[in-house]
Design a protein around this ligand. Structure first.
Ligand code: ADA
Length: 565
């Protein structure tokens, strides 16, 4: 399942998850030798969803690789092949014929195949996880691992009708206290004559709108309308009420879910359904030693348990659009989510490259288009630690903010900065997210000094700490104070920071860096690895297997005391 709920009652869906064939192509011979026609005999078996950097022989492989699966279909008028994520460049063939390509590792794409024919089909994907400095997002300089593969579900949908719903986007809104929905649905006709259809929009089994549409042969039609829904229950962390929305088109239907939560910026604060919002959050990568970034559902659930048992109400999906199943679970459990695109650590020289900026805008659009229905998303972030202290940064942030607003004007927009007072983009966004590591990387200023200085620069605007933390190696214990990498030192530093953040009344909240330790990259000239023992970013409250360090226990106690007091 690619979501935690059924997305259609009328379509026949078939999962392609399972064992695929994989062959790395380090010399890039596959295209010339037409491996999409004749897949090489020698290959590995790989579980999809999966990434090849969890297979022993390919632990560090970066480059092109070919993946193949075979599946059979019954009689149908059309078939959609849907990928929910491929990292990062995907070129796809079906039965030796090209279907198309897609760039961008964390967003879905699909292909429509009319009359695919009964019987067996061969699906071949050339996946390339090569990263570079000027064209790819993320780049080749990262503090997380650049996994390659198909980390999220793949499935086919079989249609028995010539007119179907290609996409359904729901933007939930609160207007003057009432709930409303902006609906955008793309319908496609594969028929060779005009077709009339009656459509109905259902919200929790209540018919809220219907109409007729005439589809011209081979054409797409976009339905765009707003529906006023009057008084509806609000979604909130304590009461995560969700509504199921179904668009019915006679012989096809598509189901989405949404919820109504009002987020409003007011002075230095943010209001959620009219009440002050306090973010107590963690940063979380999609990462595990066994699965890489292809996390199974039971692990997603465990991570959510660990956040809630700790006392948190929020997750920053650092640093890319997460698996949609994870967002579904956040919706269900009332966890607030801050979502961003993997635009991480780019300099002004890099940001001057047009391909990069166009790709960033496409990713922002894709993220908001995919996830605008999720009530758990309380804010959008357009980048992390880029040159927002330069003109290139300003131009980029303006463009990305506009891109978000093209789709969603209801949630605050932000980006995470490490530029401190030099930053030039605060005025372009609704709230300021600060990343800093006082007490760990730097000692020139304390957190109270830094935040008070930033407050005076930022003026009246919500501000939160999107990253802070310290490294601690699981099991590395020390009697003396201040021993770098010891669990004690990490626990003390993180607890001190959180105590201060909780005491301040001018902060919306904080996200600890990070929930658990994550595999990282060696960095340019292998330099990052010198600061990353075990090749891991060791700032997790938990280790990579989700075993708690002292910092998890201490900060959990602190949060429990604060709740009582
Ligand atoms: C940055 C970055 C994180 C991580 C962190 C660290 O703030 O955004 O991804 O690399 O630093 O651990 O240094």
């Amino acid at each position: 399942m690619h979501r935690t709920f059924r997305t259609s009652h009328k379509r026949q869906s078939q999962s392609l998850d399972g064992v695929w064939d994989l062959i790395p192509d380090p010399k890039d011979r596959g295209l010339q030798e037409e491996w999409y026609q004749t897949f090489p005999e020698q290959h590995y078996a790989m579980w999809i969803p999966g990434v090849w950097n969890t297979l022993r022989p390919l632990l560090n492989y970066e480059g092109p690789a070919w993946l193949r699966c075979r599946f059979t279909v019954e009689a149908c008028s059309a078939m959609a092949i849907r990928f929910t994520a491929v990292t990062h460049q995907a070129n796809v063939w079906l039965d030796g014929e090209p279907l198309g390509e897609h760039y961008g590792g964390f967003l879905p794409f699909s292909f429509m195949v009319p009359e695919p024919g009964i019987g067996e089909h061969e699906l071949v994907v050339r996946v390339d996880n090569t990263h570079d400095a000027h064209r790819t997002i993320p780049s080749d300089n990262l503090d997380w691992f650049r996994y390659g593969g198909i980390p999220r579900p793949v499935f086919v949908e079989l249609f028995q009708c010539p007119v179907y719903i290609q996409s359904l986007r729901l933007t939930p809104l609160i207007r003057n206290g009432d709930a409303a929905l902006n609906v955008r649905a793309e319908l496609i006709s594969l028929a060779d004559q005009p077709e009339e259809r009656h459509w109905t929009l259902w919200v929790d089994n209540e018919r809220v709108r219907s109409g007729e549409v005439t589809m011209e042969p081979g054409q797409a039609e976009v339905l765009m309308f707003g529906v006023e829904l009057g008084q509806r229950e609000r979604w909130s962390p304590d009461h995560p009420r969700l509504y199921t929305v179904c668009l019915d088109l006679e012989d096809d239907d598509l189901i989405e879910r949404t919820g109504f939560c009002e987020i409003r910026v007011q002075g230095n604060g943010v209001l959620i359904n009219g009440e002050p919002l306090q973010i107590i959050g963690v940063n979380r990568h999609e990462d595990h030693p066994e699965w890489g970034c292809a996390l199974p559902e039971h692990l997603m659930l465990r991570d959510l348990d660990l956040v809630q048992e700790w006392g948190g109400n929020a997750i920053r999906g650092s640093h890319y659009p997460n698996d949609q199943r994870f967002l579904d679970l956040c919706d269900e459990r009332g966890i607030l989510f801050l979502e961003e695109i993997p635009l991480w650590g780019y300099s002004s020289e890099q940001l001057a490259h047009e391909t990069l900026v166009d790709r960033a805008a496409a990713m922002v659009w894709g993220m908001v288009d995919r996830d605008v229905n999720h009530p758990c998303i309380w804010a959008w972030s357009v980048l992390n630690e880029c040159a927002t202290d330069t003109l290139e940064g300003e131009l980029l942030v303006s463009r990305l903010v506009e891109t978000v607003r093209d789709v969603d004007r209801s949630r605050p927009i932000t980006y995470a900065t490490d530029r401190g007072a030099r930053d030039r983009c605060f005025d372009l966004v609704d709230l300021v997210c600060l990343n800093a590591y006082h007490g760990w990387y730097t000692d020139d200023e304390t957190w109270p000094q830094f935040l008070s200085r930033m407050r005076s620069i930022i003026g009246r605007k919500p501000m939160l700490v999107s990253e802070f933390g310290a490294g601690g190696i699981y099991g590395w214990r020390a009697l003396e104070e201040g021993v770098i990498w010891s669990e004690e030192h990490q626990a003390e530093l993180v607890t001190d920071c959180m105590t201060h953040f909780l005491d301040r009344d001018d902060l919306v909240g904080f996200y600890v860096w990070q929930l658990f330790d994550t595999r990282t990259d060696r960095g340019p000239g292998n330099r990052r690895v010198l600061m990353r023992p075990r090749n891991y970013n060791n700032k997790g409250l938990l280790n990579e297997y989700r075993q708690p360090k002292l910092a998890y226990h201490r900060t959990r106690e602190l949060l429990a005391r604060r709740r009582k007091g």
